[in-house]
Design a protein. Sequence first.
Length: 111
Amino acid sequence: MLVEEGELPAATILSSCGPGLLAAVIEELAGAAARASGLAPEQALQLATETAAATTAYLRETGETPGDLIGRVATAGGVTEVGVKGIRERLPEVFDEAVAAMLERYGAVGK
């Protein structure tokens, strides 16, 4: 993908750091499921990993956006809607802080 020079730091973070960030999200989702239930951590991690892989494959194959998919699977007042609502309330701040710190570090590297 071609990006403008000014977009390079964010594009680099997404493409080179993204796998580590997404792996951390998968790990945290699995950990939360294991802590909240009787599910073994290994089972939770396998389920979360396979779900992430299948979701990504589905989005690539269909061309749907994540928002499209959420709209189709999150029924009003349902379990998915409750989870998505919690994530959308809290996670943007976490990611904003993480990306800002990464961009700051990106700017310091090589100086």
